[in-house]
Structures are given as C-alpha cells and as structure tokens.
Ligand binder design. Structure first.
Ligand code: TRP
Length: 435
C-alpha cells in the first residue's frame, strides 16, 4: 500500500515568528517523523507574488523560511522540501485545471469575495485593484496539491474552502479524463496552539505583536519583557486564565513545568520574574536552533543547493505525472493513433443523489452528485433551507429540461459538467417513472 501523503505550502512573504513556529513549523516537523507518511513542504513563492511586489522581500523571505524550517529540524533527505517556482509542472497543471474550473466556482472564493464586497461597500468597481492572480489563487493552490497526489493538507480554518475547491477541480478533471487525481482532504489540527502575541491578541504580523523566532537572545528577552500584563504587585496572586505570558509558557513547557508555573502565579510571582522564567524556557528550546539558523543564513548557497536538490526529487514525481496528464487531455504526439476522448467509463451503479448542506456564509445549498461522489451540480445559496425543496423536486422530476427552468437557482458551471448533470437528471426522472 502506498503511504499517506501530507503536503504543506508556506507563502514566502514574511519572516517566521514564534507563533508560526508553535502553530505550524513545530507540529509539521514532528509529523514529518511519522512512519508511513510521505511529507511535502514547499515554499509557495508563486503565491507570494500575488500579495507582494517587492522582489527583494520575496527572495529574503524564501531564504529565511527555508532556513527556519531546516533549523527547526526538517530533514530534507526524508521529506520533499522544495520551492514551488522550481517545479515548472505546477504552472502547467494550473492551466489544465483552469480549463475545467467554472468561473462561478472562483467567484465564490472567500478572499476574492471579500475584496469584491469591500469594493462594493466603498462604491467602487467590484473588481477594483483585484488582480487575476488573486482570482486564480485557488487554482494554483489546487495544482500544488493535486500534482503530488496528496491525501491530507494540514491547514487553518481559513484555508478549508481552498481544499474543497481543489477536490472539486480534481473530480471534474477525473470525470472528464479518467481517474488521474487523488481527492485531497483538509486536516484541521484542533490541538495545535495559537499563540497570543505581546498584546494578548493572536500573534500575527498584521497586529505587529510578534516575537521574532531566531532573534539574538538579548532581543528575545527584551521582547518578552514587553509582554502586556496587569498591574498586580509582587506577592499578589496572579491569574493564569487570559494571561498571554502564561499561555506562551505553556506552549513550550511540559505539563509538569506548566503546573509549577501555575503554582508560582498563585504564590504571587513578580511579573518581572515570570518573564525571566518564560525567556529562559523559550531560549532553552530555541538556542540550538538559533545556532543552526545563523549558520544556515550565513551560507545561502547551501540552502539554495538544498532547495534545488529537493526540486529535482519532486520533479521525479511531477514530470512523469505531467506527461500522463498531457496525454489524457490530448496534448500529445500527432503521430500516434488517436484514442478516445476519455476512457470508457463503467456504467454507474446507483443513482445520482441530492445533498443539502450549510456553508460558512450561513446560506443553505444543495448539490447533485453521481454514484461515485462526483459533484455535477451546485445550487446558489438559499436564505431558508425550505426554499431549496421545490427546486430539488423540480429537478428530480423534470429531467434535463428542468436544468434550464431552474437555472436561476443554480451555480454556473462548465459545459461538460452541465452535460453530465443533464444526463444524471434524466436518469433520475427515468427511475422515478419506473418506480
Ligand atoms: N494558501 C496557503 C496559505 O496562505 C499557502 C499554500 C499555497 C498552500 N499552496 C498550498 C497550503 C498548498 C497548503 C497546500 O497559508
């Protein structure tokens, strides 16, 4: 049996901070050591171009992120560790996926929709300042994922929709051209800590409340001394609940250490002493990594070589797969005899079914899937779940003709999927008549 493939992309626009370390780097490095897993980690520098037009910053960030992951213990011989832009098959696959993706699907991507909503609220053109890159973001991300037949994608909640879109694209492609792609799933790590920042809000570059990951010890200490606390005096018992200082400590300490720290809070440890203890605890974990980081950063040619070697390994998978995909869609030698547009499909056993669900936008939707789970049709959002009922009934009874009648309730899709939906509805209507 082939092993489970886990894939993670890191956009190269910033310098990793302590929150990234606790929330992403540390758990990912730990997971990469699991037997039975093949891990893929890549620097999403094509994605970075969507958000950042400063070439020096992209380059610097790529270097720093690569050095951080390596310093944190990622073993480039055991995992696939590469830079997205070193894999030419990724943009190539992006185009193939673009051609099977409904524009309507991309219209509904959260990031794009948020930009449009913001423009609309401001009374400007809906697409004002929206690049086609932002619009296409989910397709590029799907190519990252599908290229390596990844099963699990560990992501934050904000990325779930992108994984679902990658699934949709994979199943559209499979439906049209045969089973080439693995359908990926989002893996949401509930137990991973989100670290509070200096001001107690979630640690994030956009709040300017981060603690640098590999800053010199003196700077780390200075930043920790700047963590916001209340004004309780030494000797007064302190609350652990809601204390950023305590939570950060907990993210680094063993259960036993945490318990001792909790007791110190009850016993009225002075904030200055608590901060010193936190500094020492973090520095204990960070000092050896910082040393590795500094020596890596001092030797960028070594990092470049690691990335290029990683890309060469990854391309041993992506290049032959791309050849297969080009064949599948008909980008092939004209000297060879033509084969069918798609492999003969076994007659589907079982009927297509409607499923209703609620989306993050709070609206109610339904979709029609065939017996293999391929999505053939998706509705627009309904305010009330009841409103979907009559539309589903009309589609179930009316066959292909009902598609046009109910068009106002349906999301736009590719002609190929429309065609598949039409035959599925005919099949349903036929079954209804027969029963
Ligand atoms: N969109 C991801 C983020 O902003 C980064 C990313 C790009 C990614 N391609 C990916 C993550 C593929 C997982 C899989 O965090």
């Amino acid at each position: 049996m082939s092993s489970l493939r886990v894939l993670t992309g890191i956009t190269t626009t910033g310098t990793p901070h302590l929150g990234n370390y606790v929330g992403a780097i540390r758990p990912a490095v730990a997971a990469s050591l699991n037997a039975g897993t093949e891990s893929f980690y890549f620097l999403a520098d094509y994605h970075a171009l969507i958000k950042c037009e400063d070439p020096a910053r992209i380059q610097r960030s790529t270097l720093e992120i690569a050095a951080s992951w390596l310093a944190a213990g990622l073993n480039p011989d055991k995992v696939f560790f590469y830079r997205q832009s070193d894999i030419p098959e990724i943009p190539e696959l992006t185009w193939l996926l673009t051609c099977v993706t409904g524009k309507g699907l991309l219209n509904r991507a959260h990031a794009y929709k948020a930009a449009v909503d913001k423009n609309t609220a401001a009374g400007t053109d809906p697409d004002s300042e929206v690049t086609a890159g932002l619009f296409m973001y989910p397709v590029l991300m799907a190519a990252d994922i599908l290229m390596f037949k990844s099963h699990k994608i560990p992501v934050g909640r904000d990325q779930i929709q992108h994984i679902e879109m990658a699934r949709d694209m994979a199943s559209s492609f499979n439906h049209l051209y045969g089973e080439h792609f693995v359908l990926p799933e989002a893996a949401i790590e509930e137990s991973v800590a989100t670290l509070p920042g200096l001001d107690g809000r979630k640690m994030s570059k956009s709040y300017d409340n981060t603690i640098a990951l590999f800053a010199p010890a003196a700077q780390l200490r200075k930043q920790i001394m700047g963590i916001v606390t209340d004004s309780r005096a030494p000797g007064e018992a302190k609350e652990t609940e809601g204390s950023a200082l305590f939570q950060i400590y907990q993210a680094f300490a063993s259960a036993q250490e945490t318990e001792a720290f909790r007791q110190a809070f009850r016993d009225g440890i002075a904030w200055g002493d608590a901060k010193q203890a936190l500094f020492e605890r973090i520095d204990r974990e960070m000092a050896p990594m910082r040393e590795r980081y500094d020596s890596l950063i001092a030797n960028p040619a070594q990092i470049e070589a690691i990335l290029l070697a990683g890309a060469a390994r990854a391309r041993q998978l992506s290049a032959p797969f791309m050849t297969e995909l080009r064949q599948a869609v008909g980008l092939r030698s004209v000297a060879k005899p033509a084969t069918a547009a798609r492999p003969a499909r076994e007659k589907a056993s079982g009927l297509p079914t409607f499923k209703q669900y609620r989306e993050r936008d709070g609206l109610f939707y339904f979709k029609l899937t065939d017996a293999q789970g391929q999505v053939l049709l998706q509705s627009r959002g309904f305010e009330q779940p009841r409103a979907a009922g009559p539309v589903i009934a009309a589609l179930t009874q009316g066959g292909a003709a009902a598609l046009a009648q109910q068009a106002a309730y349906l999301q736009d899709d590719t002609p190929a999927l429309r065609q598949a939906a039409a035959s599925a509805l005919d099949q349903l209507a036929e079954a209804a008549r027969a029963s």
